[in-house]
Design a protein around this ligand. Structure first.
Ligand SMILES: [Zn+2]
Ligand SMILES: [Zn+2]
Length: 397
């Protein structure tokens, strides 16, 4: 086994300049979620060249793909790529690095395919992580049905091999009142903006009573047409985040109650706009997979930082981790202290530190995939751990 793994490092090193070019190309042509046409083309051309069987547009998502190499009956291990950018600030989440590391790991495995243990390696292109929920559509489309374990990496300002993610669900509120002249006949009006403001006040009070890891944050999306008209329509959008699924749905109910109370107090009617199908779920930890990844990271001399729950975001990899064993280690691609979604992070994502993180994580993912293919019993352990940790899903009311 270690003989095959020993070939991985040199295989990635031989691809290094191609991978760096790919990473920079994606970085310099930022595309928003579901519009990643160039990135998907470049990545699939690369995988095609390295001998993968390509399926483009899987699950009805144009910019998604699945690339497979098969060496016989055995476990199916998936390596996931993201490649969408952020509006205005481009690749400030470093998804160009995720993409290059993912296809780099895949190509390195393809290079040693004659000596790989039996099984299937899939590199899966998952669009629109930044709010579009691409992985949710791929899950619904059955793309992960036959996958035994999945892994991806994400750029960060340090190495953290497991990072919890908050689940996130939206709650939109549309209040309808009655327009009237704000000076001549205000008593004839029903003020929809007051309902929005009251909702914010209610949520502010609720915030004191919630667990410290949970988050509620919102914006006013419509606040009236003119100051001399009592607003007949006003709306707001809230994000509700919590580290556990049950907590997330329960907290969303409490936020909806804040809006209902505001509607009652102001006499407005309320329409609640929910998108339960697009909720990002918390990351379910899989210690079995994390430990395999860690052992390979140590071989490469990675120095990891302790896990922390201080700076938690959300991602649709959380949803994947709720249906199959999955991990998303954080890889240093920027100097410590660089916040993600910042212009500094965007600049860092093509610097030498990002190249180092990309190449190291391509190697670690490929080595971890080798371990899993060689040891179906460990794949079964990961599944057992996953099953034992499965909490019943709360009804999405
Ligand atoms: Zn992001
Ligand atoms: Zn990201």
């Amino acid at each position: 086994m270690s003989a095959v793994k020993d070939l991985i490092g040199p295989a990635v090193d031989r691809l290094a300049s191609d991978l760096e070019t790919l990473s920079r190309q994606i970085h310099d042509h930022p595309e928003l979620g579901y519009q990643e046409v160039k990135a998907a083309t470049w990545l699939t051309e690369f995988l095609d060249k390295h001998g993968f069987k390509l399926e483009r547009g899987v699950a009805g998502v144009d910019t998604a793909f699945r690339a497979t190499i098969e060496t016989g009956e055995g476990p199916t291990i998936a390596i996931l790529c993201e490649y969408d950018a952020l509006p205005g600030i481009g690749h400030a989440c470093g998804h160009n690095v995720i993409a290059a590391a993912g296809v780099g790991a895949g190509a390195a495995l393809a290079a040693v395919r004659d000596r790989l243990p039996k099984g299937r390696v899939q590199v899966i292109g998952t669009p629109a992580e930044e709010g579009g929920g691409g992985k949710i559509r791929l899950i619904k489309g059955g793309v992960f049905n036959r996958v035994d374990a999945a892994m991806m990496i994400h750029g960060f300002d340090r190495w953290i091999l497991h990072q919890d993610l908050l689940g996130i669900v939206r709650a939109g509120f549309e209040f309808t009142g009655k327009a009237a002249h704000a000076s001549a006949d205000p008593w004839e009006g029903v003020n929809a903006l007051d309902a929005v403001i009251q909702t914010f006040n209610n949520v502010s009070m609720l915030r004191q009573q919630i667990r410290p890891e949970s988050r509620i944050h919102g914006i006013v999306t419509s606040g009236g047409a003119a100051a001399n008209i009592i607003p007949e329509f006003a709306s707001a959008l809230f994000y509700v985040r919590a580290p556990e699924l049950d907590e997330m749905w329960a907290l969303q109910k409490r936020v909806i109650a804040c809006a209902e109370g505001a509607a009652k107090a102001t006499g407005c009617t309320l329409k609640v706009v929910q998108q339960p199908d697009n909720a990002y779920e918390p990351m379910k930890r899989n210690g079995t997979l994390v430990e395999l990844f860690r052992a390979n990271a140590r071989v490469l001399g990675v120095v990891e930082s302790p896990e922390s729950r201080e700076r938690m975001g959300s991602s649709d990899i959380g949803n994947v981790s709720q249906v199959i064993p999955a991990i998303q280690p954080m890889v240093q691609i920027a100097p410590e202290g660089t916040p993600i979604h910042s212009r500094a992070f965007e600049e860092a994502a093509v610097r030498p530190l990002a190249r180092d993180g990309m190449l190291a994580s391509a190697k670690i993912m490929a080595m971890t995939t080798c371990d899993l293919l060689a040891n179906p019993a460990v794949v079964a352990d990961a599944r057992r751990e996953f099953d034992a940790a499965t909490a019943p899903r709360r009804e999405r009311a």
